[in-house]
Design a protein around this ligand. Sequence first.
Ligand code: SAH
Length: 210
Amino acid sequence: MVSERTRLRMIARLREQGIRDEVVLAAMAAVPRHLFVEDALASRAYEDTALPIGFGQTISQPFSVARSCELLRAGKSIDLALEIGGGCGYQAAVLARLAREVYTIERIGALAAKARQTLSSIGVSNVKVRNADGQEAASNVVQFDAIVVAAGGGKIPPNLLGLMADGGRMVIPLGSPERQRLTLVTRTGDSFQQTAFDEVVFVPLKTGQE
Ligand code: SAH
């Protein structure tokens, strides 16, 4: 069992780390993070660290999740959100409380299946999980107000710029394989502006599907 105190301690720490958006803090307080990791790691689920979720991947650190959600929201609720790198589905569950509808793309099929199962077991019904390479995702009909990339890279995958709605926001960790900066990209018409924020460490963004 994970106590309520353990969960609230994570929220207190996020406040100390500078997270100010109360809607994000409430969403993070409401999502049972321990259900997204293996049972043996449940007692560590609320520490400010990335933990293994199998297949060499990790559940993102709470701070990175909170900060990217705060940057995406900019104080407003989100209509359509897209996540690249769904992993165990944790950030998608947080986003589900901040957006009307969430699409998450995960390249490893077994993780996508597990995420689907965990999300449905906790009653999250506005997240669609797809098993695909997010760097290949494209659409002529849908554009997203908010896109979050949960894996690090050296550059922004060009297809994602095309998936941003006018006035949309994207948060992506950009930098070297060892460390990146959470970078906010905003779109106004055909112009894109980039601002770098906190230093973070994410698993690498890859190509192809497994
Ligand atoms: N969002 C997750 C973080 C998962 S780690 C959470 O809430 O904890 C990042 C995930 O990105 C990994 O599961 C990895 O398989 C996936 N990934 C890496 N490159 C990808 C790509 N091109 N398309 C889709 N998923 C990708």
